[in-house]
Design a binder for this molecule. Sequence first.
Ligand code: S5P
Length: 465
Amino acid sequence: MDDLGSLVVKLFDIEAFKFGSFKLKSGIQSPIYIDLRVIISYPDILRSIAVHMNDIIQRANVACDSICGVPYTALPIASIICADYKRPMLIRRKEKKDYGTKKLIEGKFQPNDRCLIIEDIVTSGSSVAETAESLRAEGLQVTDAIVFFDREQNGENNLKEKNIRLLRVLTITEVLRYLVKYSRITEEISKTVQMFIRENQTQLPSSKPEIVETKHLSMSIRERFQMILKEKKTNLCLSADLPSLDEIIELSKQIGPNICMLKIHCDILNDFSMEKILQLKEISRKFNFLLLEDRKFADIGNTVKSQYTKGLFQISQWADLVTVHILPGEGIVEALEQAAQSINEPRGCLLIAQMSSKGALTDNEDYVKGAVQCAKKYSNFVIGFISQSRLTTDNQFLHCTPGIHLNNTGDQLGQQYVTPRQAIDGRGADILIVGRAILDSINRVKTAEEYQEEGYRVYEQLRHV
Ligand code: S5P
């Protein structure tokens, strides 16, 4: 008896495979019942399953940084594989905790880590797909899943549609073949089961949030921005220059409906963590606004590429948009665009063509011309400008204007303010970037509403949207 055959027979003997007539949860009558939970009572069988799975993982050359077991039966299997294969383990909870950190994924990981999912049995693939969705929502990459046993009820194809390759140790056809060969079941029983499987193929229901997500993913940042402006009737970008990401997260939940974009400076935060920034990202998806990291990149392309993707902040992982000085020449944009290609979501940037501060050296015609030329050349990635005037008649480029205040003309450090009307009418702004006018007000939400209303009213009037 070969190794796999002997394992199948042992599983039959411990009643992991039962034949007869069983009523399934769905109400359907099935000639086979498979329950691998019993394996935890048989350490040799448990290890043997893990060894076979490990073998397939090695042979399939799966590149993974961590392994996620699907509760419950797959967890002990995953633990053995993690130890043998020397990979850290993650667990996806069945339910979110309603206390403490509320995390759905337990274990340590980095964004973009490749994670292999381990499950005991696959039928439709729904639990693997749900696990992949939760892992991907946390920024992990999921391309492969391995199961011990495939019921061949279309799980493989269902998962392929979710861009997951299914690896497996055994199919139901192979199990039936072994059990007939080693006289555990008759040929007739095998045929009945095969017919049942053929007649009970599954499909995954397409869940609603996924459709929304795909819609976002298939849209360019430019299209998404335009859609947000129209749908939410706001051209207000809140410049959330606060020292605490916790506070920004709370504020964004309140002001989310009023803004089209949230701008932050991640390097002024005293509590930055990837976990928190991904939480903010989730809120930005929920309230449909873009996240702009006002990094003002200004180095040579090669350095900027690392500043964008690496370090503590890993900006490319979460910022839909970044701001970029054009001072070093167009290589800086080329570098960012290249780096953004490895991200699964659309990315873009705003070129800083003019600044609001007193004596800004950007007040130079050639400089501005250079910015517009660069924007046109890289129009897939550059979606607009930070500006103080209308720079081009090409309306695909959004003009975003900071230095906005209804009752102030400036601060002690060079900032100069104009009103929303002056910015849109006189300075050609599409988007108003407002910071302290909202942040320092007594009622931030009410003030944001006022800037939203005034800003969008003038924008509609003058841009005829
Ligand atoms: O020219 C500029 C460009 C930018 S991005 N002038 C600016 O003020 N900004 C940013 O806009 C600045 O870094 C700050 O985050 C925000 C303006 O903040 P406020 O409090 O003066 O409205």
